[in-house]
Design a protein. Structure first.
Length: 149
């Protein structure tokens, strides 16, 4: 074995150990574990048996092993980028929903406080009683917050 094969294989084994560690801490799912095992396992196999890339290239119709490796690496990178964009958009939508609920809750709270202060200023010694609509709005907002969070 040459030096690059040893270094590459050792690095891939360390990455597999990291993935397993993350899985055991419940930071990774079964699917992510399987994907990373395929990726790093392939790195180990290719580093130990580099001629397998040429065989793979012939089976898939590429002229050389390097072309096949570059093509499939780009496919993997673009797939990962696509997944990140989807996660980012999902998180962005959740943040917008949370901001809306917080803004609506603030508006309802403000209306309730204004209603109480207006009742107090009109000469009543008791603070104003909430009407059914205000109570219902507050309850709906509480349920929305629970669903979103």
């Amino acid at each position: 074995m040459s030096l690059y094969q040893i270094i590459t294989s050792a690095f891939a084994v360390l990455m597999l150990a990291n993935v397993v560690s993350n899985f055991l801490r419940h930071d990774k799912s079964w699917r992510e574990l399987a994907v990373w095992f395929v990726v790093w396992g392939s790195v180990i196999v290719v580093s130990i048996y580099p001629k397998i890339v040429n065989l793979f290239a012939q089976l898939t119709g590429f002229e050389s092993g390097v072309n096949a490796l570059v093509f499939f690496a780009l496919v993997l990178v673009f797939y990962s980028l696509f997944r990140l964009v989807l996660k980012f958009e999902s998180m962005e939508n959740r943040i917008v929903d949370i901001a809306r609920v917080i803004a609506l809750r603030g508006q309802v709270d403000l209306e309730i406080r204004l209603h109480k202060s207006v009742k107090k200023k009109k000469g009543s010694s008791k603070p104003g009683k909430l009407n059914d609509v205000q109570v219902t709005q507050s309850m709906i907002l509480d349920k929305d917050v629970e669903k979103i969070i």
